[in-house]
Write a protein that binds this ligand. Structure first.
Ligand code: NDP
Length: 386
């Protein structure tokens, strides 16, 4: 039994979309540890870094989504036997190629939508870190997964925790899903009007890419996660709540109707949920040790401050409005975060930008993927270079 299970893990070739980022690095480490062969790696523009990762991991194909980075990638891979490719179509090709049995989605933002949908339509094991496509088009993605026999597995630590706490149970047993969050670096900062880029990027417990780090500071990350959980687990957002848990040890919980609360604990290290998505339904030995519970002074929980961090209220509003609202919220947030990171706007402008975009959402019932993509583009065009 043990031998055959280990063999099935080690034969699963992998495509990593967004391999040069934070989740990409952790996924490569887990894949190395488990002996999972790499079929393809992708990046946006970091051609040299991508080439190094591809050579080191013996990948067959490396793709830059920005065609302008192709020449650099091609040169860096010359003589290695690794195929270089570029552009959005190449991204879709490696997400759907029959040699990739599993796809890890680790692109940041809406840019990952098309490749995620393509991997789902190709019936892959799709391990989702890139939550924004689920926020934008979760209903469509889950329906496509059902239609094409794809297995969607969460990588986000909160959703991995809930997924594990739900195993063997059905939705009608559940009272609420409880998403925990550290509260981010600004939980105790009195004046959010004066927050600098460096302060907002300095996450207290997790090491992540810049966009999700700012989302954690605004609690927009938790907001996106509420909508992500709604689609992954099929419960209305009214039954999904958020609790602040500064130690980041309890990664999320399920509260059952009989009063039992199930929790999943682990270190704040993304390699644990990434590994579970790759080895599910088994827990295999991995590179991360369990937390030393005796060394933890305390585990605390508190209500989030929705007055100081209004993104949570916006997420419930967007989810309840449905249609294009979650995609509009996501696009406005991506634009606002990019402007803050570039020093063109202030921290509190992020909330104001998203709020204004949500107030202008067009009512469209059950939008198609094209309508969602158009709404995303329209918000980006309208906000321009804020
Ligand atoms: P990073 O910014 O570290 O990495 C992003 C990756 O996406 C890079 O490989 C980047 O390539 C690529 N990329 C950027 N823009 C584009 C584009 N327009 N088209 C194609 N590829 C692009 O992000 P993270 O790893 O932090 O996050 C990735 C996703 O995972 C996000 O959706 C995030 O919310 C989610 N997530 C992250 C967690 C974390 O711990 N980091 C935890 C849970 C979820 P290049 O390097 O060339 O720019």
């Amino acid at each position: 039994m043990l031998n055959s299970a280990t063999a099935s893990v080690s034969t699963r070739a992998l495509t990593i979309l967004g391999a040069t980022g934070s989740i990409g690095a952790s996924t490569l480490d887990v894949a190395r540890h488990l002996g999972i062969p790499i079929f393809a790696l992708t990046a946006h523009r970091q051609a040299r870094k991508l080439a190094e990762l591809a050579i080191h991991s013996h990948a067959q194909v490396a793709v830059v989504s920005d065609p302008d980075a192709y020449a650099e990638l091609k040169t860096a891979l010359s003589g290695t036997g690794i195929e270089a490719a570029a552009g959005p179509d190449a991204l879709v090709r490696v997400a759907t190629n029959e040699q990739a049995q599993a796809v890890v989605t680790a692109i940041v933002g809406a840019a990952g939508l098309n490749a995620t949908v393509a991997a789902v339509r190709a019936g892959k094991r799709v391990c989702i870190a890139n939550k924004e496509p689920l926020v934008m088009a979760g209903g469509l993605i889950m329906a496509e997964a059902k239609a094409h026999g794809a297995t969607i597995l969460p990588i986000d630590s909160e959703h991995s925790a809930i997924f594990q706490c739900l195993e063997g149970h059905t939705a009608d047993e559940v009272a609420t899903l409880i998403l925990t969050g550290s509260g981010g670096p600004l939980r105790t900062v009195a004046d959010l009007g004066q927050v600098t880029r460096e302060q907002a990027l300095a996450h207290p417990t997790w090491s992540m890419g810049p966009k999700i780090s700012i989302d954690s500071a605004t609690l927009m990350n938790k907001s996106l996660e509420i909508i992500e959980a709604r689609w992954l687990f099929g419960l209305p957002v009214e039954r999904i709540r958020v609790l602040i848990h500064p130690q980041s040890v309890v990664h999320s919980m399920v509260s059952y109707r009989d009063g039992s609360v199930m929790a999943q604990l682990g270190r704040p290290d993304m390699r644990t949920p990434i590994q579970y998505a790759l080895t599910w339904p088994r827990h295999e030995p991995g590179p991360v040790a369990a937390p030393d519970l005796a060394q933890l002074a305390s585990l605390t929980f508190e209500e989030p401050d929705a007055r100081r961090f209004p993104s949570l209220t916006m997420a419930y509003h967007a989810a309840q409005t449905g249609g294009l609202a979650p995609a509009v919220m996501n696009a406005a947030n991506e634009m606002a975060v990019a402007a803050f990171l570039a020093g063109r706007s202030r921290f509190l402008d992020i909330f104001a930008t998203v709020e204004r975009a949500l107030a202008a959402v067009q009512a469209v019932v059950d939008p198609t993927l094209d309508e969602i993509i158009a709404a995303d583009a329209e918000v980006r065009a309208r906000l321009g270079r804020i």
